[in-house]
Design a protein around this ligand. Structure first.
Ligand SMILES: Cc1ncc(COP(=O)(O)O)c(C=O)c1O
Length: 395
């Protein structure tokens, strides 16, 4: 055995010993409000990002199938060689409309979109650039800033305390001598369910000459009167310099990511961002599904309204059963339980009781604030939520 194989075994053992080894569950039915898990049986699903219940919606599935029939399985190419088709133009027009921006471009994931925008902009900033990031930003943003620092060794980065606007302003002030300032935040923070103060960040960034990037992966389809995201919720839709997001959550649950912004920024991504230059384009079925999901979202607010009513119903039900929920404007409802072992045990017991909800502990969240993360969908009917609440009563 080579040393690397030994290291692999040791790393896996460390995970098992630390209780951090994930048991991957195998679903045997399409994503929906209920599903079946191999070896477990039927469960109410409270851990999916399919917030609008579109992942298995007949219109969305038909659009994906039709796109595949028309365009085949894939592009067989990256965008700039021979991998740009009409359907890319169509979905990018929809994304721009949704985001309130001039232009947009797509990637095979939002992870890729974040790893495209930050390093490319940090490189463009030359020897005077700083990326300023919320401490609870998604792993893809953290890694993207790290990559940006590697690619442009002269660049700097700074992390500010979660959603602390005074800390952000202090960092912007300290960075007065740095020509290019980039502030980056999640719209919805996925472990907390709270939202960034975009209403304050937009004027702050304007005042200090910083460019604001918002990853609204968990906010689009959920927050705001029309479900356009956290920016709409806070009255600044169309005023964010650059949006990134996923097509793999509320927007059909398949996959894909995007960057939406003014034309020159999008053009720079098309010209220079490595995850687009060196990785295949979004495939037809994936784009078709997401494009239909956006159409459904923009058509009317039926699903967004139902999602919101479901979130309120579930939170009220949990509270009346003695659970302390963290309430934000998103569809994520964490219940803090304390120790990691407690959260893991609670999620195991809930699974036995027919409810699929994940317990998150250290290192995903800090020690002492391990939690169950309840995620609600517009696909849930009251009967599903009642089934889940009964299980919580027994917990
Ligand atoms: C805030 C945020 N950004 C990016 C991603 C990654 O999205 P994708 O699955 O499209 O790579 C996620 C997914 O968990 C997320 O929560």
């Amino acid at each position: 055995m080579t040393a690397v194989w030994n290291a692999i075994e040791q790393d896996l053992k460390r995970l098992r010993d630390a209780g951090q080894f994930k048991t991957i569950k195998n679903l045997t039915r399409p994503m929906g409000p209920v599903s079946t898990i191999e070896g477990v049986g039927e469960v109410v699903v409270l851990c999916s990002n399919d917030y609008l219940g579109l992942a298995n919606d007949p219109e969305v599935v038909e659009a994906a199938t039709a796109a595949q029939r028309k365009w085949g399985a894939g592009t067989g190419s990256v965008r700039f060689i021979c991998g740009t088709f009409d359907y890319h133009r169509e979905i990018e027009a929809s994304i721009s409309k949704l985001s309130g921006t001039e232009a947009s471009t797509t990637y095979v994931s939002c992870w890729n979109a974040n790893e495209a925008v930050l390093p490319t902009l940090m490189a463009a900033g030359g020897d005077s650039v700083i990326a300023i990031s919320d401490e609870l930003n998604h792993a893809s943003i953290i890694d993207a800033v790290r990559l940006g620092r590697q690619i442009n060794k002269a660049s700097k980065s700074k992390v500010y305390k979660h959603s602390d606007m005074a800390a952000l302003e202090a960092t912007l002030k300290e960075s007065a001598g740095i020509e290019h300032k980039i502030v980056v935040t999640d719209g919805v923070f996925s472990m907390e369910g709270d939202v960034a103060h975009l209403d304050k960040m937009v004027p702050l960034c304007e005042q200090y000459g910083a460019l604001l990037i918002v990853d609204d992966s968990h906010g689009v389809g959920v927050c705001g009167p029309r479900g356009l995201g956290v920016a709409e919720h806070q009255g600044v839709h169309g005023k964010i310099d650059c949006m990134t997001g996923t097509l793999g959550k509320a927007l059909g649950g398949a996959a894909g990511g995007y960057i939406a912004s003014r034309k020159p920024l999008v053009e720079l991504m098309v010209q220079k961002s490595r995850p687009q230059l060196f990785s295949n384009a979004l495939p037809p079925a994936t784009a078709g599904a997401a494009n239909k999901a956006i159409e459904i979202l923009l058509r009317d607010t039926t699903r967004v309204d139902k999602l919101r009513a479901n979130v309120q119903y579930m939170r009220a039900g949990l509270k009346s059963r003695g659970f302390e929920t963290m309430d934000g404007p998103s569809a994520i409802t964490p219940i803090i339980l304390g120790e990691t072992s407690k959260a893991i045990a609670a999620s195991k017991r809930l699974l036995e009781l027919g409810v699929f909800v994940i317990g998150f502990g250290y290192p995903v969240v800090p020690e002492g604030v391990a939690r169950l993360r309840v995620q609600i969908s517009a696909a849930h009917e009251t009967s599903h939520l009642d089934r889940a609440l009964d299980a919580f009563s027994k917990l």
